[in-house]
Ligand binder design. Structure first.
Ligand code: SF4
Ligand code: SF4
Length: 251
């Protein structure tokens, strides 16, 4: 450990976000209109520059959780590594491959590459060892993310348009409470949109893992945060992916 003190070097760190000041609603005439990204960032990487009608992100403090991009209502902050359009192509490939193989009622399960991945794997091991434990259902497609808050409403709705019946986000103790609340709020908005469009059932679920890496009951090691969830009716015909760099381009 003492040797660590003397280690000097450089490392590359990706810039996880892109910011467009011209569509940011942070402030006009020094009156704050939106502060969502500043409030949710647990790394305190975002600060207000209301006299310049903008926010400022310190890339050195940013850990790339993506929560600011998920709660941003205008798309002024977007996730850049990977971009939403790239994730969208990934979703489309997954769901179309699943459908071509004869799969039905797909459910996407977003989880983190860290504790979320451990929880899913622990459940799989437990299901092999104990008859009473069920593994991840065959229609559930796990998808690892750098951070569960990095994917939000634009991609969740795109997933439903592409044929997913439900989108589930698995959270563990890894995620800060503010991020879980932010995801839950975004899910309420998404659910209202789908209900307004005539989609029956509950399409978005936020699941809390029972333990950081432990096994549990299906769905994957978690307790549903929305226990009243009913069967969801997905899109009759998967639509083409039209995702772009801005949230407003998702339709
Ligand atoms: S990606 Fe996460 S850590 Fe980085 S600025 Fe946004 S909220 Fe903060
Ligand atoms: S959440 Fe989006 S619109 Fe609101 S202040 Fe931050 S960047 Fe601007």
């Amino acid at each position: 450990m003492l040797k660590l003190r003397d280690l000097v070097g450089e490392f590359e760190k990706p810039k996880f976000f892109a910011y467009k000041q011209n569509i940011c609603a942070h402030s006009r005439n020094e009156i704050v209109g939106c502060n969502a990204c500043v409030e949710i960032c647990s790394a305190e990487a975002i600060s207000s520059e209301k006299d310049r009608n903008q926010i400022k992100v310190n890339p050195n403090l940013c850990i790339g959780c993506g929560a600011c991009t998920t709660v941003c209502p205008t798309g002024a902050l977007t996730y850049a590594y990977p971009r939403a359009s790239e994730q969208g192509v990934r979703l489309k490939t997954l769901l179309s491959t699943y459908a071509k193989a004869g799969g039905a009622h797909p459910v996407l399960l977003f989880h983190s590459q860290g504790s979320g991945q451990q929880a899913v794997e622990a459940l799989g091991r437990a299901a092999q060892l104990q008859k009473t434990v069920k593994g991840v259902p065959a229609n559930v497609i796990p998808l690892a993310l750098w951070h569960t808050a990095s994917v939000g409403l634009d991609l969740w709705l795109s997933a439903v348009a592409l044929g997913a019946e439900q989108v589930t986000v698995l959270v563990t103790d890894e995620e800060a409470p503010a991020y879980r609340e932010g995801l839950a709020e975004q899910m309420r908005v998404g659910q209202a949109i789908l209900n307004g469009l005539g989609y029956a059932g509950v399409h978005f679920h936020l699941l809390q893992a029972q333990t950081a890496g432990g096994a549990g009951h299906c769905p994957p090691g978690c307790q549903p945060a929305n226990p009243g969830a009913g069967p969801a009716h997905g899109a009759r015909q998967p639509g083409p992916f039209r995702g772009g760099a801005r949230k407003a381009q998702y339709a």
